[in-house]
Design a protein around this ligand. Structure first.
Ligand code: ARG
Length: 231
């Protein structure tokens, strides 16, 4: 088998944006933790390499792959646009955008979102929906999803569009004030998370996918879902 350049030094450098619970967040020890971090460490173990996680802005991850970092795991949705610059592993998680609303908000349908002030994390699929698909939207882009949620509490935006699981975590911090609504009710399409890798590194893709398949087959994957997501 051809050996991937990315693994030849025995270290897999991984870019993430640890502002996206439960997939990645900064743990009590100051280090990135979460489902994705545990998953990529399990993959590293299967591949016999050390995993080093770099925390960076979400918006800079794709451009960093193959230079600053070997790969990225960041609850990153597979999109055609991103596939122009990176290759994705097999998908490991199904997601959808949610809409976080103030309790009692009158926003209930796709049409209600038109012309609204919408908070998003910069460069995410939630950003693309708010900026490109919703007519006359006034989009505020934040480096951290939680900052968008804080501005929703402050009344600076009418809603926040962000992935389901972080939406549920963020809304639960403001119990009774915020509600997280399934974006399917607004016509948002399902998305899939995958690990982003340098374009054209077939050897790396093959090894990462093989490790992922083993982790799914041996029960490790389900255990991680239980520990980090369905707890
Ligand atoms: N799934 C969305 C996307 O790919 C949001 C991902 C945000 N991830 C993060 N670690 N902040 O655009």
């Amino acid at each position: 088998d051809a050996q991937s350049e990315a693994l030849s030094d025995g270290v897999l450098t991984v870019g993430t944006n640890a502002e996206f619970p439960p997939f990645e967040y900064v743990g009590d020890d100051g280090e990135p933790d979460g489902f994705d971090i545990a998953l990529i460490k399990a993959i590293g173990e299967k591949l016999g390499v050390e995993v080093q996680v770099e925390n960076m802005e979400f918006d800079s991850l794709v451009a960093s792959i193959g230079s600053k970092v070997d790969v990225s795991i960041a609850g990153m949705t597979v999109t055609e646009e991103r596939q122009k610059s990176v290759d994705f592993s097999e998908a490991y998680y199904e997601a959808v955008q949610y809409v976080i609303l103030p309790e009692g908000s009158e926003i209930a349908t796709a049409a209600d979102l038109e012309g609204k002030a919408i908070g998003v994390q910069l460069g995410t699929t939630g950003d693309f929906i708010a900026s490109d698909d919703i007519a006359d939207s006034k989009v505020s882009q934040y480096n951290k999803g939680m900052d968008a949620v804080n501005d929703l509490i402050n009344g600076k935006v009418d809603c926040v569009i962000i992935d389901k699981n972080p939406a549920l975590v963020f809304a639960s911090k403001f119990e009774g004030q915020l509600a997280a609504v399934d974006g399917a009710e607004f016509g948002f399409e399902p998305e899939e998370y995958a690990i982003a890798m340098p374009k054209g590194d077939a050897a790396l893709a093959e090894q990462v996918n093989a490790a992922l398949a083993e982790i799914k087959a041996d029960g490790t994957f389900d255990k991680l879902v239980e520990t980090y997501i369905e707890n």
